[in-house]
Design a protein around this ligand. Structure first.
Ligand SMILES: [Zn+2]
Length: 208
């Protein structure tokens, strides 16, 4: 997903729930995952290349880091860990075919609107067709360059990130479902964190 949308998803999911400075640090750590170092060899940051187990493990690992940091009073580290795990949770909907599979459950006339998207439909998680886009380097890189895109796309397989991604509104209305599902998933991860905190840790983490 493109960085401005990660940022919008975070503000929508967390507005009124956390101090402004904390949100800034979360957003920065979230965006850093899409830097060059986070792009190469880190499928688990982005649910790329069908790295589902690795991505779920990465989210869990960062949950532990949030808690460990707060125990020591390191709020900045805790916010950064949440930023990282929120990035991964959001990319699930942009890089996998979860949303297309979910939409395929409905006939055209009864398609729910984006706000009604179910982001945690167990039948989709269990669907053997659930997959995420593969990165075919170096061809994939050229698909990011607008004048080259149309020449490169026919050479990329349909299971590539280039064909499968729902990274921005350029993909059409489907992006609204991706966006809303990502907001809901971010709120879930947020609630999972808060559940485990003592009232003292919560006060540090929310930092109003
Ligand atoms: Zn990403």
């Amino acid at each position: 997903m493109l960085i401005p949308y990660h940022r919008e998803i975070l503000s929508e999911a967390l507005k009124g729930k956390i101090g402004t400075n904390a949100l800034k640090i979360i957003a920065k750590a979230n965006a850093k995952q899409d830097g060059l170092r986070g792009q190469i060899g880190h499928d688990e940051y982005h649910f790329d290349n069908n790295a589902f187990n690795e991505s779920y493990a990465y989210i869990a690992e960062n949950h532990v880091q949030v808690h460990n940091a707060l125990k020591k009073g390191f709020m900045k580290k805790a916010w950064s860990a949440f930023g990282r795990l929120s990035h991964t949770a959001q990319d699930f909907y942009a890089h996998s075919n979860y949303i297309p599979l979910w939409l395929a459950k409905f006939d055209k006339k009864n398609t729910p609107t984006p706000p009604d998207v179910i982001h945690d439909d167990e039948s989709i998680f269990q669907n053997p067709k659930l997959s995420s886009g593969k990165l075919y380097y170096p061809l994939e890189l050229f698909s990011y360059i607008p004048p080259l895109k149309k020449h490169v796309m026919p050479h990329l397989p349909k299971d590539s990130h280039a064909w499968m991604n729902i990274d921005s509104p350029a993909q059409g209305k489907i992006f609204e479902y991706t966006f809303t599902a990502a907001v809901k998933a971010t709120q879930d991860e947020w609630n999972k964190i808060l559940e485990k905190l003592s009232s003292e840790e919560k006060k540090l983490f929310l930092s109003f």
